[in-house]
Structure formats: structure tokens, C-alpha cells
Design a protein around this ligand. Structure first.
Ligand SMILES: [Zn+2]
Ligand SMILES: [Zn+2]
Length: 271
């Protein structure tokens, strides 16, 4: 699937596609700072106890360079000559954050849920911050993927950053089909139980209901009869980067909302 073909068939996604292209292009132009791979031995006990990697004091991953990359991305977008609301908002945010002492550290803490930083464009900072930080974290996420015993996690939140999933993916063929959950923030994918709702887990091991979307071969909505939460699911392999990007299926969020379902999945597109 190429973005052009997708956008021909889903022209209403064009504005968010343009935004995503503009931000990714700017992000590709900033220097990727080195991330240290943590000691897995030090982190192991926290992992077994369900503590995600980034908040773990035993793993001690320093996210400050990711915050610096986020600052650089913001500065780059703010200095571009384009007009429109993205340019205006990034400029305002850039000016505002320049007044903060230790801003890179503050942005990194903000991304992990610290609420003492109260930027005027919160959603935008989360989106740009995670876009830059995911690039910084890529080697750590890859090393963590290789080290992690998926059977020992199977939790409803991201093993790297602790966020709720943004989407799900089904891989393989029955009877060995697996469900992966995907983090829209740090881009980790992790294994979860094949049945059951990740938003009200513990209730029952009930099956989610699947809602097929007319004309969509690869995407469907799985929803929970109990808590009415839904999870957009990519039922395919090979186009993860595209289909798990969340923005490519924002029309499914509209369909789900029209049916009275709740989005409890995290999203960086609530700008
Ligand atoms: Zn994550
Ligand atoms: Zn549920």
C-alpha cells in the first residue's frame, strides 16, 4: 500500500497526511543523539514486576537527549516560513518553552506523564515530542525487543513507555495467530492475549466483537461489550509503519464514535 493510493481512496485524510509528512520531514533533518542501551540485568526485576523500561529507576534510561531532539524539532518547524496554524502554534510553543530552565529535561518528563509543565499547545508538544523521542529511542526499543520475553509481559500497557496501546495487529495464521498491541508514542509493539479487552482486563476473559468496515481489507474495529472501548486492528503484515501510524485510519475513529464506542486507546492526533 502506498500513501498515494490510500489518499486517493480516502481524500478526507489529506490534511492529516500533509501534517504528518511535514513533521516527519522536519524530524528527518535533526541530528539523532546517541542513546545508551540499559543494563538488562539491572532492569530484570522491575520488568517482572510490570514496571515499564523508561520509568524504571533501575534501568535508568536517560530521556533528556530525546527532549533536546524534541526542542530541535520544534525550533526547526517554528523557523520554517510556512503559514497556517501549525506554523503559528509551533512558533508560540517554541517561544514559550525557551523561557523554561532545563527545557529538554522538562519535555522528557512531560512525555512520561509529569504534569508540572503546562504548555499552551499540549497535544502539539506531545505529538512533536514523541515524534522526536521515538527516533532517539529506536536503538533502545530494538534492543529491548530482542531481550524481552513476551510471555512475561502480556500487559495492557507499553513495556517501554507505559502508554496504553494506540492500535492492535493480528499476525500469523490460526491456530498460532498472535495479537500485538502497538504504542503510538515510542513505536514499541508487544504481545498481548489473543482474546480479552486491554481496557477493562480482569473483568472476564470475554471476546471482543469485531466490526468489519466496508471497503477496508486490512483494518477493522474490535470493541468490548462491557466497557464499550474499541481498538483499531490491522489485520495484515508488511505495512505496519503505514497502518499502525494511527492517522491513516482516523476515519475508523469517526465510525466507532458514531456507534457510541469510546476511544480509550492513546492517540497523538488529538492536537
Ligand atoms: Zn510506548
Ligand atoms: Zn473492555
Amino acid at each position: 500500500m502506498t500513501p498515494d493510493l490510500w489518499l486517493d481512496a480516502h481524500s478526507y485524510l489529506r490534511p492529516v497526511a500533509d501534517l504528518s509528512v511535514q513533521v516527519d520531514r522536519a524530524a528527518a533533518g535533526i541530528e539523532v543523539l546517541d542513546a545508551c542501551i540499559p543494563s538488562w540485568e539491572n532492569y530484570h526485576a522491575d520488568f517482572l514486576a510490570g514496571v515499564p523500561l523508561l520509568p524504571s529507576t533501575s534501568a535508568a534510561v536517560d530521556l533528556e537527549p530525546g527532549g533536546r531532539m524534541a526542542g530541535a524539532l520544534l525550533e526547526r518547524l517554528a523557523s520554517e516560513t510556512s503559514s497556517g496554524s501549525l506554523a503559528a502554534e509551533t512558533r508560540a510553543l517554541d517561544t514559550e518553552l525557551r523561557r523554561e530552565p532545563e527545557v529538554a529535561r522538562r519535555i522528557a518528563d512531560f512525555l512520561l506523564g509529569d504534569e508540572t509543565l503546562r504548555p499552551s499547545f499540549r497535544g502539539l508538544l506531545r505529538y512533536l515530542g514523541w515524534t522526536a523521542t521515538a527516533r532517539f529511542l529506536r536503538p533502545v526499543v530494538n534492543a529491548f525487543d530482542s531481550w524481552r520475553d513476551e510471555e512475561q509481559w502480556l500487559r495492557c500497557y507499553c513495556p517501554t513507555c507505559g502508554s496504553p496501546p494506540s492500535m492492535a495487529q493480528l499476525v500469523g495464521n490460526d491456530p498460532g495467530r498472535l495479537r500485538l498491541l502497538s504504542c503510538g508514542c515510542c513505536n514499541t509493539r508487544w504481545r498481548y492475549r489473543r482474546i480479552g479487552c486491554p481496557f477493562c482486563e480482569g473483568a472476564d476473559d470475554h471476546r471482543l466483537s469485531a466490526l468489519a468496515i466496508e471497503g477496508e481489507k486490512y483494518l477493522r474495529i474490535d470493541y468490548c461489550q462491557f466497557c464499550r472501548a474499541y481498538l483499531k486492528t490491522y489485520d495484515g503484515e508488511g505495512n505496519e509503519t503505514f497502518f499502525l501510524a494511527d492517522w491513516t485510519s482516523l476515519h475508523l475513529d469517526v465510525i466507532a464514535r458514531d456507534r457510541g464506542l469510546k476511544r480509550l486507546a492513546s492517540s497523538l492526533y488529538e492536537l
